[in-house]
Write a protein that binds this ligand. Sequence first.
Ligand code: PEP
Length: 250
Amino acid sequence: MRRQIIAGNWKMHGSRAENAALVETIVHRLPNSTAEVWVCPPLVYLAELARALGGSRVSLGAQNVCAETQGAFTGEVSAAMLRDVGCSGAIVGHSERRALYGESDQLVARKFAAVLAAGLTPILCVGEQLAEREAGRTFEVVDRQLDAVLDLSGVQAFTRAVLAYEPVWAIGTGKTATPQQAEEVHAHIRGRIAGRDAKIAALVRIQYGGSVKAANAAELFSMPNVDGGLIGGASLKAEEFLAIISAARS
Ligand code: PEP
Protein backbone atom coordinates (compact mmCIF):
# COMPACT_ATOMS: atom_id res chain seq x y z
CA MET A 1 0.00 0.00 0.00
CA ARG A 2 1.30 3.45 -0.88
CA ARG A 3 1.40 6.05 1.91
CA GLN A 4 -0.35 9.23 0.82
CA ILE A 5 1.76 12.37 0.74
CA ILE A 6 0.45 15.91 1.13
CA ALA A 7 2.89 18.73 0.31
CA GLY A 8 2.26 22.44 0.58
CA ASN A 9 3.88 24.60 -2.09
CA TRP A 10 3.90 28.06 -0.57
CA LYS A 11 5.28 29.64 -3.77
CA MET A 12 6.49 33.23 -3.21
CA HIS A 13 4.33 33.92 -0.18
CA GLY A 14 4.97 34.44 3.49
CA SER A 15 7.09 36.35 5.96
CA ARG A 16 8.98 35.19 9.04
CA ALA A 17 6.02 36.05 11.25
CA GLU A 18 3.41 34.50 8.97
CA ASN A 19 5.47 31.35 8.47
CA ALA A 20 6.02 30.88 12.20
CA ALA A 21 2.30 31.17 12.88
CA LEU A 22 1.35 28.83 10.01
CA VAL A 23 3.86 26.15 10.93
CA GLU A 24 3.02 26.30 14.61
CA THR A 25 -0.65 25.70 13.89
CA ILE A 26 0.10 22.90 11.43
CA VAL A 27 2.46 21.10 13.82
CA HIS A 28 0.25 21.46 16.87
CA ARG A 29 -2.97 20.51 15.16
CA LEU A 30 -1.60 17.87 12.79
CA PRO A 31 -4.36 15.29 12.39
CA ASN A 32 -3.72 11.77 13.49
CA SER A 33 -3.34 10.72 9.87
CA THR A 34 -0.93 8.26 8.34
CA ALA A 35 -0.18 10.72 5.54
CA GLU A 36 3.31 12.07 5.03
CA VAL A 37 3.24 15.89 5.25
CA TRP A 38 5.65 18.38 3.69
CA VAL A 39 5.84 22.15 3.49
CA CYS A 40 7.85 23.85 0.74
CA PRO A 41 8.46 27.52 1.65
CA PRO A 42 10.60 30.05 -0.24
CA LEU A 43 14.34 29.32 -0.09
CA VAL A 44 15.29 32.11 2.32
CA TYR A 45 13.07 30.68 5.03
CA LEU A 46 14.20 27.05 4.81
CA ALA A 47 16.84 27.08 7.56
CA GLU A 48 14.61 28.86 10.03
CA LEU A 49 11.69 26.56 9.29
CA ALA A 50 13.90 23.48 9.61
CA ARG A 51 14.46 24.56 13.20
CA ALA A 52 10.76 25.25 13.75
CA LEU A 53 9.80 21.84 12.35
CA GLY A 54 12.56 19.92 14.15
CA GLY A 55 11.17 16.88 15.92
CA SER A 56 7.79 17.18 14.20
CA ARG A 57 6.26 14.85 11.60
CA VAL A 58 6.36 17.60 8.98
CA SER A 59 9.13 17.44 6.36
CA LEU A 60 10.67 20.39 4.63
CA GLY A 61 11.11 20.75 0.87
CA ALA A 62 12.42 23.39 -1.50
CA GLN A 63 10.46 24.65 -4.50
CA ASN A 64 13.43 24.60 -6.84
CA VAL A 65 17.08 23.62 -7.00
CA CYS A 66 20.11 24.10 -9.23
CA ALA A 67 21.10 21.22 -11.52
CA GLU A 68 24.80 21.88 -10.81
CA THR A 69 26.61 20.74 -7.69
CA GLN A 70 28.67 23.88 -6.95
CA GLY A 71 30.59 26.69 -8.58
CA ALA A 72 30.06 29.97 -10.38
CA PHE A 73 26.27 29.90 -10.66
CA THR A 74 25.24 33.24 -9.19
CA GLY A 75 21.91 33.19 -7.43
CA GLU A 76 21.57 29.41 -7.47
CA VAL A 77 21.28 26.92 -4.62
CA SER A 78 22.50 23.32 -4.82
CA ALA A 79 20.78 20.17 -3.60
CA ALA A 80 23.61 19.61 -1.09
CA MET A 81 22.91 23.06 0.37
CA LEU A 82 19.24 22.14 0.70
CA ARG A 83 20.21 18.98 2.54
CA ASP A 84 22.63 20.99 4.71
CA VAL A 85 19.85 23.24 6.00
CA GLY A 86 17.48 20.38 6.73
CA CYS A 87 15.46 19.76 3.58
CA SER A 88 14.16 16.30 2.76
CA GLY A 89 13.72 17.08 -0.91
CA ALA A 90 12.74 19.55 -3.57
CA ILE A 91 10.02 20.12 -6.12
CA VAL A 92 11.38 19.99 -9.66
CA GLY A 93 9.65 20.89 -12.89
CA HIS A 94 6.78 22.86 -11.42
CA SER A 95 4.80 24.29 -14.33
CA GLU A 96 5.56 27.85 -13.19
CA ARG A 97 9.28 27.07 -13.49
CA ARG A 98 8.74 25.49 -16.89
CA ALA A 99 6.54 28.30 -18.23
CA LEU A 100 7.95 31.43 -16.57
CA TYR A 101 11.63 30.48 -16.34
CA GLY A 102 11.97 28.44 -19.49
CA GLU A 103 12.94 25.16 -17.80
CA SER A 104 13.13 22.45 -20.44
CA ASP A 105 12.37 18.77 -19.91
CA GLN A 106 16.12 18.14 -20.04
CA LEU A 107 16.94 20.75 -17.40
CA VAL A 108 14.20 19.40 -15.15
CA ALA A 109 15.65 15.91 -15.60
CA ARG A 110 19.08 17.19 -14.54
CA LYS A 111 17.58 18.89 -11.49
CA PHE A 112 15.80 15.65 -10.59
CA ALA A 113 19.13 13.79 -10.85
CA ALA A 114 20.89 16.44 -8.72
CA VAL A 115 18.31 16.09 -5.93
CA LEU A 116 18.69 12.32 -5.93
CA ALA A 117 22.47 12.54 -5.98
CA ALA A 118 22.34 14.64 -2.81
CA GLY A 119 20.35 11.88 -1.13
CA LEU A 120 17.11 13.87 -1.18
CA THR A 121 13.65 13.15 -2.60
CA PRO A 122 12.58 14.93 -5.78
CA ILE A 123 8.90 15.72 -6.29
CA LEU A 124 8.68 15.73 -10.09
CA CYS A 125 5.80 17.77 -11.52
CA VAL A 126 4.31 16.94 -14.90
CA GLY A 127 1.17 18.24 -16.56
CA GLU A 128 -0.39 19.60 -19.69
CA GLN A 129 -1.59 23.09 -20.59
CA LEU A 130 -5.23 23.71 -21.45
CA ALA A 131 -4.60 23.92 -25.20
CA GLU A 132 -2.71 20.62 -25.05
CA ARG A 133 -5.62 18.92 -23.25
CA GLU A 134 -8.11 20.35 -25.70
CA ALA A 135 -5.97 19.06 -28.57
CA GLY A 136 -6.05 15.58 -27.03
CA ARG A 137 -2.32 15.70 -26.30
CA THR A 138 -2.35 15.21 -22.51
CA PHE A 139 -0.71 11.77 -22.51
CA GLU A 140 1.83 12.80 -25.12
CA VAL A 141 2.91 15.78 -22.99
CA VAL A 142 3.21 13.94 -19.69
CA ASP A 143 5.02 11.06 -21.44
CA ARG A 144 7.56 13.48 -22.89
CA GLN A 145 8.14 15.14 -19.50
CA LEU A 146 8.40 11.80 -17.72
CA ASP A 147 10.56 10.10 -20.33
CA ALA A 148 13.19 12.85 -20.10
CA VAL A 149 13.67 11.89 -16.44
CA LEU A 150 13.41 8.14 -17.02
CA ASP A 151 15.97 8.33 -19.80
CA LEU A 152 18.48 10.28 -17.70
CA SER A 153 18.06 8.67 -14.27
CA GLY A 154 16.52 5.28 -15.07
CA VAL A 155 13.35 3.77 -13.65
CA GLN A 156 15.17 2.72 -10.47
CA ALA A 157 15.30 6.41 -9.51
CA PHE A 158 11.55 6.29 -8.95
CA THR A 159 12.02 4.14 -5.86
CA ARG A 160 13.29 7.37 -4.25
CA ALA A 161 11.08 9.96 -5.92
CA VAL A 162 7.53 11.28 -5.85
CA LEU A 163 5.52 12.36 -8.89
CA ALA A 164 2.93 15.12 -9.04
CA TYR A 165 0.42 15.31 -11.87
CA GLU A 166 -0.52 18.97 -12.13
CA PRO A 167 -2.67 19.97 -15.08
CA VAL A 168 -1.54 23.54 -15.72
CA TRP A 169 -5.11 24.71 -16.35
CA ALA A 170 -6.03 23.68 -12.80
CA ILE A 171 -3.18 25.44 -10.99
CA GLY A 172 -4.27 28.53 -9.10
CA THR A 173 -7.41 28.80 -11.22
CA GLY A 174 -9.95 27.28 -8.86
CA LYS A 175 -10.75 24.85 -11.69
CA THR A 176 -9.93 21.40 -10.32
CA ALA A 177 -9.63 18.33 -12.51
CA THR A 178 -12.49 15.96 -11.80
CA PRO A 179 -11.45 12.87 -9.83
CA GLN A 180 -12.01 10.88 -13.03
CA GLN A 181 -9.79 13.19 -15.10
CA ALA A 182 -7.06 12.96 -12.46
CA GLU A 183 -7.38 9.19 -12.16
CA GLU A 184 -7.17 8.72 -15.91
CA VAL A 185 -3.82 10.55 -16.14
CA HIS A 186 -2.44 9.05 -12.92
CA ALA A 187 -3.22 5.55 -14.21
CA HIS A 188 -1.57 6.45 -17.50
CA ILE A 189 1.59 7.72 -15.75
CA ARG A 190 1.77 4.59 -13.62
CA GLY A 191 1.36 2.52 -16.77
CA ARG A 192 4.16 4.41 -18.47
CA ILE A 193 6.50 3.60 -15.57
CA ALA A 194 5.24 0.01 -15.53
CA GLY A 195 6.44 -0.22 -19.11
CA ARG A 196 9.95 -0.05 -17.63
CA ASP A 197 9.37 -1.77 -14.28
CA ALA A 198 5.99 -2.96 -12.97
CA LYS A 199 7.09 -3.31 -9.33
CA ILE A 200 8.47 0.23 -9.16
CA ALA A 201 5.33 1.56 -10.87
CA ALA A 202 3.12 -0.10 -8.27
CA LEU A 203 5.01 1.59 -5.44
CA VAL A 204 5.67 5.09 -6.78
CA ARG A 205 3.45 7.76 -5.31
CA ILE A 206 1.67 10.15 -7.66
CA GLN A 207 0.21 13.29 -6.10
CA TYR A 208 -2.49 15.35 -7.76
CA GLY A 209 -2.08 19.13 -7.80
CA GLY A 210 -4.34 21.87 -9.07
CA SER A 211 -6.81 23.82 -6.93
CA VAL A 212 -7.10 21.14 -4.27
CA LYS A 213 -9.02 22.40 -1.27
CA ALA A 214 -10.71 20.93 1.78
CA ALA A 215 -13.98 20.63 -0.12
CA ASN A 216 -12.64 18.45 -2.96
CA ALA A 217 -9.64 16.69 -1.41
CA ALA A 218 -11.33 13.54 -0.09
CA GLU A 219 -12.91 12.73 -3.43
CA LEU A 220 -9.64 13.22 -5.32
CA PHE A 221 -7.60 11.26 -2.76
CA SER A 222 -10.07 8.36 -2.89
CA MET A 223 -9.12 7.56 -6.48
CA PRO A 224 -7.01 4.39 -6.67
CA ASN A 225 -4.01 5.97 -8.39
CA VAL A 226 -4.04 9.30 -6.54
CA ASP A 227 -1.60 9.18 -3.64
CA GLY A 228 -2.13 12.58 -2.07
CA GLY A 229 -1.76 16.14 -3.22
CA LEU A 230 0.60 18.98 -4.01
CA ILE A 231 -1.25 21.97 -2.62
CA GLY A 232 -0.63 25.59 -3.56
CA GLY A 233 -3.01 28.31 -2.38
CA ALA A 234 -4.82 26.17 0.18
CA SER A 235 -1.55 25.27 1.93
CA LEU A 236 -1.21 28.87 3.12
CA LYS A 237 -4.35 28.60 5.23
CA ALA A 238 -3.76 26.38 8.25
CA GLU A 239 -7.39 25.27 8.56
CA GLU A 240 -7.62 24.32 4.89
CA PHE A 241 -4.27 22.54 4.85
CA LEU A 242 -5.11 20.58 8.00
CA ALA A 243 -8.47 19.58 6.55
CA ILE A 244 -6.73 18.41 3.36
CA ILE A 245 -4.33 16.31 5.43
CA SER A 246 -7.31 14.81 7.24
CA ALA A 247 -8.82 13.89 3.87
CA ALA A 248 -5.84 11.70 2.94
CA ARG A 249 -6.61 8.02 2.57
CA SER A 250 -5.16 5.92 5.36
C1 PEP B 1 0.78 24.28 -7.17
O1 PEP B 1 1.30 25.37 -7.19
O2 PEP B 1 1.51 23.27 -7.24
C2 PEP B 1 -0.67 24.18 -7.06
C3 PEP B 1 -1.22 23.02 -7.21
O3 PEP B 1 -1.35 25.35 -6.81
P1 PEP B 1 -2.91 25.50 -6.43
O4 PEP B 1 -3.22 24.44 -5.39
O5 PEP B 1 -3.04 26.87 -5.87
O6 PEP B 1 -3.69 25.28 -7.68
